[in-house]
Design a protein around this ligand. Sequence first.
Ligand SMILES: *[C@@H]1O[C@H](CO)[C@@H](O)[C@H](O)[C@H]1NC(C)=O
Ligand SMILES: *[C@@H]1O[C@H](CO)[C@@H](O)[C@H](O)[C@H]1NC(C)=O
Ligand SMILES: *[C@@H]1O[C@H](CO)[C@@H](O)[C@H](O)[C@H]1NC(C)=O
Length: 236
Amino acid sequence: MASLSSFICHHHHLLLFLFAAVVAAAVFTTKAVTADDNMTHLHFYMHDILGGSNPTAIEIVKGPVALPSVPGVNFGNLIAIDDALTEGPELSSKPVGRAQGFYMSTAFQEASLLMSVNFVLAADGPYNGSVVSVQGRDPIAAPVRELSVVGGTGQFRMARGYVLWKTYDGNATNGDGVLELDVYVTTDSGRRAPSTTPTAITQSPAVHQSSKSTSTSLRSEFVILLISITICAFLL
Ligand SMILES: *[C@@H]1O[C@H](CO)[C@@H](O)[C@H](O)[C@H]1NC(C)=O
Ligand SMILES: *[C@@H]1O[C@H](CO)[C@@H](O)[C@H](O)[C@H]1NC(C)=O
Ligand SMILES: *[C@@H]1O[C@H](CO)[C@@H](O)[C@H](O)[C@H]1NC(C)=O
């Protein structure tokens, strides 16, 4: 014990360095998002159509301030949507629901939207008209955006979760876009949403590794370091 204590005392700089290295490694390997077996994973495409004769996204308010860095986008633009959700990226692929809500341009320095939308899942599909409510920030130039699932109804009552939001395709001329969405959601008591039929839009879960083990080992490293420092201080 004495030799361990003296080792700790004489090498506490080394131990601190090792601890810092462990923290750094944990920070860089820990994903901000996790999914477990109890999460439902929905995957579908959203067709945000502003142009043409049948738009499903309509500008309600033209914002008063042009964004210098993003030509054609104004701060405060408000667009109401009732966009088709489909199983595949083509608009003609199987419909799985609608995305109803609005988005507003809410950043001065970049094109970033406040998105507030209900995914109304098809009544004839596995989720029988249930709704997943999503709100979040969508900085549209980022390759993957993370938005929050803030609630739900029906089979998604008490839903919590997140959406990984990607632009699959876009037309810079008329603003049309196809978004690829991965929705990860748990319902009350942390269970997967019950599905009435086998579903094409539900994917297997556990796409992301859990960070639980990393944070647990990080916590024990921290406790060991604290004990070491205490022993060290006591001996000196
Ligand atoms: C589907 O929803 C309808 C209308 O809300 C309801 O009457 C029906 O019982 C539901 N079916 C299932 C299998 O949950
Ligand atoms: C993009 O939008 C413009 C204007 O509506 C249209 O002429 C053009 O065909 C579109 N491009 C694609 C690839 O759909
Ligand atoms: C999954 O749900 C079951 C039943 O509610 C629960 O016992 C289990 O702890 C949950 N698993 C996780 C990883 O949350």
